[in-house]
Design a protein around this ligand. Structure first.
Ligand code: ACO
Length: 327
């Protein structure tokens, strides 16, 4: 059986840091409130001339370097993002150009904060079918351009960044064991971003304002559903593979809020040292959050061949999913 195995990881986080103390200077908020409610201390913000495809390309270059794979050997590029600089072409097309990955076909996947997991699942199926041998799966976002910097309910939560994996075919027991994806569109109004042009329900281009295009969220409703579904989908992945939580080396949940991570740990009966956390330093980077976390852990030497790890994500839509990986 052909499996997609992770051969390299990479990430790119913009240089500019925005701390909670920086936010206090222009927003009615406090470091104490943000840390207590979210665990976030700082986030990184893309420079004005940095776009999602730039972040994605840099993360991809690092992953290729680690894997020892040339861009020209890549068959497929999938990018999970909701903040591409164009409606079209896709961010993946721009990454293909930037890397000069000439033989790769490339497309984006839109599943909000679950975008990376949905992108990964797509790529895994291309590997399994034998259609591709080497792929790049990327999560990249410039969330700082989606939020209203006057809205303390949302802007404090997000940050910018990108993470990437190089996948290669493997016929051993290593690789991505399974992916599990779900959607419930009836929840769309709890978390969404209208088109800035004013398209969409209740708006017309004629009356469009910049504010209309900002991300909207009912945070506490999202919180409750996120904890339940992130936990359920983790258990689903374990059950599907006949594995137990005790066999997990680490889990990498979508980094939205430290309280969500703690609640998942409690529901799954996992000790805190099994849950990777970097939300304090990068905040919620949407679909970039899991691949950035994987790259950090990998470069810190926390992941060894054969380790069993689980990733699980949740995002607007609602969308949610998980994957079990034999590293
Ligand atoms: N600073 C100070 N006060 C604030 C801030 C802030 N930044 N933001 C909100 N408040 C205030 C509110 O106005 C409210 O005041 P009020 O009682 O006078 O009206 C009070 O704090 C409590 O607000 P709640 O929304 O009830 O606070 P809660 O404890 O639920 O925390 C939070 C809010 C952090 C947004 C939490 O609900 C959360 O994290 N939800 C999940 C959101 C999330 O992770 N979304 C993304 C997941 S999917 C994806 O990544 C796209």
């Amino acid at each position: 059986m052909i499996r997609a195995r992770v051969a390299g990881t990479g990430s790119y986080i913009p240089e500019k840091v925005l701390t909670n103390l920086d936010l206090e200077k222009f927003l009615d908020t406090s470091d104490e409130w943000i840390v207590t409610r979210t665990g976030i201390r700082e986030r990184h913000i893309a420079a004005v001339d940095e776009n999602t495809s730039d972040l994605a390309s840099e993360a991809a270059r690092q992953a290729l370097q680690m894997a020892g794979v040339g861009a020209e050997e890549i068959d497929l590029i999938v990018v999970g993002t909701v903040t591409g600089e164009f409606n079209f072409p896709s961010t993946a097309c721009l990454v293909q150009k930037n890397l000069n990955a000439r033989r790769a076909f490339a497309f984006d996947v839109s599943a909000a904060c679950s975008g990376f997991l949905f992108a990964l699942s797509n790529a895994v199926n291309y590997h399994r079918s034998g259609a591709v041998k080497r792929s790049l799966v990327i999560g990249a976002e410039v969330m700082s351009r989606t939020v209203d910097w006057k809205d303390r309910n949302t802007c404090v939560l997000f940050g910018d960044g990108a993470g990437a994996l190089v996948l290669v075919n493997d016929e051993s027991e290593r690789g991505i064991l399974s992916t599990h994806l779900h959607t419930d569109g009836s929840f769309w109004e709890l978390l969404f971003q209208p088109r800035p042009s004013g398209w969409g329900p209740g708006a017309s281009a004629e009356h469009a304002t910049q504010e209309m295009g900002f991300l909207k969220m009912q945070g506490n409703e999202v919180f409750k559903v996120a904890v339940k579904l992130l936990s359920d989908v983790a258990l689903e992945a374990l059950a599907a593979n006949g594995l137990t939580r005790d066999e997990l080396k680490l889990i990498f949940p979508h980094q939205a809020n430290k309280r969500i991570l703690d609640a998942i740990g409690k529901r799954l009966g996992l000790s805190a040292d099994k849950i990777f956390v970097n939300v304090d330093r990068v905040a919620n980077t949407s679909s970039a959050s899991i691949p950035i976390a994987l790259d950090e852990a990998n470069r810190q030497g926390l992941l060894a061949p054969q380790d069993l790890i689980l990733i699980n994500a949740f995002g607007g839509g609602f969308t949610w999913g998980s994957a079990l990986i034999r590293w």
